[in-house]
Design a protein around this ligand. Structure first.
Ligand SMILES: [Zn+2]
Length: 341
């Protein structure tokens, strides 16, 4: 559909009038983010926007140029969630172009925290590492996060519009259903073009990786439970072409959701097995699991990814507690888990 490497810059038509534009990212982990440009009554509506870095802006200009267009043709950004690789390019373009930005209303606490001057919520997020039995990470994470926080804040601003579950009708009459899919972030939304069997999935359903769960400035109560619930909601809709934010276009949303559900099922079993083997804290459980497609140990990850792994483990334990499969108690400031019969 778009050559061998999905990250190769360009404008790839994935459905009539819908183009996939891969834009580069600064870190090599995810490599690129797909935004989707929809031709709408001679103008453009974009799903997601990219990370506001010069390389991504150059790739966006070139891709739009190949369509005979430019950023001046974009009326609107519909953004799936408040992560910088999806949101910040829209904010940057809004300073010079007449574009409107829409974002799921569930992202509001996160946006307000990020744009807030004080770092209280960030501090709270870092402090939860103590309860996870990973107090030794706090100093390193704080130095990474507070540096990023200050640099990032300048790239953020509130959207023009908060989105709720419902339908958006574009100028051309194309309808996009807004579906709230909390999990990867608490306010994540996907956009469904039912008439053309397309799902603009953001990071909710990714074809080759599993989205991170449970790492957010404003932590939801049961993020994995929310994520699995969101997968079930989307799985109950008719199947569609999967248009992901990272990775190649895939033929079936349903098939990939089934794989993701299986993955988390196995992960929950491994989490229980780690408790059976004697791990009691989130950190100890995370240390017994393998991470990334390369099956790394926790100790092999950098500080940021170690923190993501710990958040992810906490989300699995939280779900098991909700299901009555593990008990949790707070012991000297650290959560201790044990399997229930
Ligand atoms: Zn992303």
């Amino acid at each position: 559909m778009s050559g061998d490497d999905w990250t190769t810059p360009g404008a790839y038509e994935v459905a009539p009038g819908v183009f996939r534009l891969p834009l580069p990212l600064p870190s090599d982990g995810l490599r690129a983010v797909n935004i989707y440009a929809i031709i709408d009554a001679g103008r453009l509506v974009c799903i997601d926007s990219g990370w506001a870095i010069p390389d991504a802006r150059a790739a966006l200009d070139a891709a739009l140029g190949s369509l005979g267009a430019s950023v001046a043709d974009i009326d609107r950004f519909l953004v799936t969630h408040a992560h910088r690789d999806h949101y910040t390019m829209a904010v940057s373009l809004r300073s010079t172009e007449a574009v409107a930005i829409s974002l799921g209303a569930g992202e509001r606490p996160t946006l307000e925290m990020i744009t807030d001057q004080d770092q209280g919520a960030l501090e709270g997020q870092i402090e939860t590492l103590r309860r996870f039995g990973a107090a030794h990470l706090i100093e390193a994470v704080r130095s990474v996060m507070t540096r990023d926080h200050a640099a990032q804040r300048a790239q953020w601003a509130l959207p023009d519009e908060w989105l709720y579950e419902g339908d958006i009708e574009l100028e051309s009459g194309r309808r996009l259903g807004v579906i709230e899919t909390p999990g990867h972030t608490r306010g994540h939304v996907v956009f469904r073009d039912a008439a053309n069997s397309l799902l603009f999935a953001g990071d909710h359903v990714l074809p080759t990786i599993t989205p991170s769960i449970g790492f957010e400035p404003v932590t939801p109560d049961n993020p994995l439970g929310a994520f699995l619930g969101s997968l079930a909601r989307v799985r109950a809709l008719p199947d569609a072409l999967l248009l992901p934010a990272h990775g190649p276009v895939a033929p079936s949303v349903h098939a990939r959701i089934d794989e993701l559900v299986d993955h988390h099922g196995r992960r929950l079993e491994q989490t229980l097995a780690a408790l059976d083997e004697g791990a009691t804290s989130v950190f100890e459980v995370a240390g017994r699991l393998r991470w990334t497609r390369r099956e790394r140990t926790l100790a092999e990850l950098d500080v940021f990814n170690e923190m993501l792994a710990i958040s992810e483990t906490a989300a699995h334990l939280r779900l098991l507690a909700t299901r009555g499969q593990v008990a949790r108690l707070l012991d000297d400031g650290v959560y201790r888990y044990r399997p229930l019969p």
